[in-house]
Design a protein around this ligand. Structure first.
Ligand SMILES: [Fe+2]
Length: 336
């Protein structure tokens, strides 16, 4: 009798364990705020979020190696160029969700549902407020002008953000013009490309150059840095949104896609839908200084302080399709 009871208890416990819902996320985002969001998701749904963090390329390589045996359900990474690469590597599967379709603008998700952007960022021109008037700035294209000789900074072309920016220039102007642009901007640089977006702003504030090309949230990170030196850098820099009188400023996303061999596809879709929900969308402008993709969510005062802008309406999937061309153009232009 006792034995039977014990067996009953064991089977009850194991079925309770089996019922514990979970989702395995591979991400290269490193924000504390993401952890808090996942906790909120677990509270709402009972679905435990397990997280593996690593570099974007490492995670994709790992997914490829693991194949069908992967424990991953969702891949989260920055830049449509990378998300498109994950799709091309056959690491993701399509998702049909009316919820995602309704909350995320069409240009910010894969047309076939392989990935979805849940935050956005603009790649802007920042300038030294004491040396450059905003009226001297206009477009990305204008940074190729001779008047900017020795005054421009940007990071390496191995960086996906620059590759996607150049892809947007190829989409807008064609490969030949984009090539001329990349060569001319490289010639205008105050030093060979090096360091991060934040390093470009530090160098502008230090007087090494007058303008730099950076993502908006890095401005926010400097403005709210624990380091007084970085807050000082931010105070010396202005944000300029290029191409407002034509196609708009180049934007990109952080996004995620359901892994092809996901064991918990339903849970992965629920997590995606949560990231696109009003609640999560409202948190990003405050915590990570990213723009919400949802039109129904207000910006934080910090985001508003940079100004409103017209974004380039190009479907971000094109950035992925043009990535190889962009890398080729950078190499030809000698932009390291
Ligand atoms: Fe970044």
């Amino acid at each position: 009798m006792k034995v039977i009871l014990l067996i009953l208890v064991i089977s009850f416990v194991s079925s309770a364990l089996a019922a514990a819902e979970e989702v395995m996320l591979y991400t290269h985002r490193h924000y504390e705020a993401d952890v808090a969001l996942f906790a909120e998701f677990t509270k709402k749904t009972g679905i435990q979020v397990n997280v593996v963090k690593s570099g974007a390329d490492q995670l994709m390589e790992r997914l490829k190696q693991e194949g069908d045996r992967t424990p991953a359900d969702l891949l989260m990474t920055a830049d449509a160029g990378r998300l498109h690469r994950a799709k091309s590597m056959d690491l993701l599967q399509p998702v049909t969700s009316e919820n995602l379709r309704a909350s995320i603008p069409e240009a910010l998700r894969d047309p076939e549902g392989y990935w979805f952007g849940f935050t956005s960022r603009a790649r802007v021109i920042v300038y030294a407020k004491d040396r450059v008037k905003p009226s001297e700035l206009s477009t990305y294209e204008a940074l190729a002008g001779k008047e900017w000789r020795g005054r421009v900074l940007a990071r390496s072309s191995s960086n996906i953000y620059n590759q996607s920016l150049l892809a947007s220039l190829i989409a807008a102007n064609g490969e030949a013009k984009a090539s001329q642009w990349a060569s001319a901007v490289r010639k205008n640089m105050a030093r060979a490309p090096q360091g991060s977006d934040r390093d470009q702003m530090r160098a502008v504030a230090a007087g090494l150059a007058d303008v730099a090309i950076v993502n908006t949230y890095y401005v926010g990170l400097l403005q709210n840095s624990a380091d007084a030196k970085d807050r000082d850098v931010a105070s010396k820099i202005g944000v300029f949104f290029p191409n407002q009188s034509d196609r708009g400023t180049h934007i990109n996303v952080s996004g995620a896609g359901v892994v092809k061999a996901a064991k918990h596809k339903g849970n992965a879709v629920k997590l995606l839908e949560f990231l696109a929900s009003k609640e999560a969308q409202a948190s990003f402008p405050v915590t990570t200084y990213e723009y919400p993709v949802s039109k129904d969510v207000a910006w934080s005062d910090l985001l508003k302080s940079w100004g409103t802008f017209k974004p380039d309406s190009l479907s971000l999937a094109r950035l992925g399709e043009l990535n190889k061309a962009a890398v080729k153009v950078f190499n030809r232009a000698g932009w390291e």
